[in-house]
Design a binder for this molecule. Sequence first.
Ligand code: SF4
Length: 82
Amino acid sequence: MMVKDPCPSCEVYDICGGRCLFVNKQRLWGQEGFDKVCDTVKHMISALQTETSTVRQLMKSGVISVDSFIYPEFNNGCEIIP
Ligand code: SF4
């Protein structure tokens, strides 16, 4: 199942991947709802990026294992927001 526009041309597609496939396909909440979901995704990406150096340091010092970030490719339903 392919993700439709606007995801493939989104500036965070390489990170998000259009993960909320349910919203992408169903559009039950119209454009406004879709935009709100995207806002949450973009906010989370931004918040996580501010912690990148801290996380790298914790991994380097052995406090956090890289295995902690393994996420199953197929975990549950189609509504998966990263
Ligand atoms: S942020 Fe929204 S538009 Fe961008 S890739 Fe993710 S779901 Fe698609």
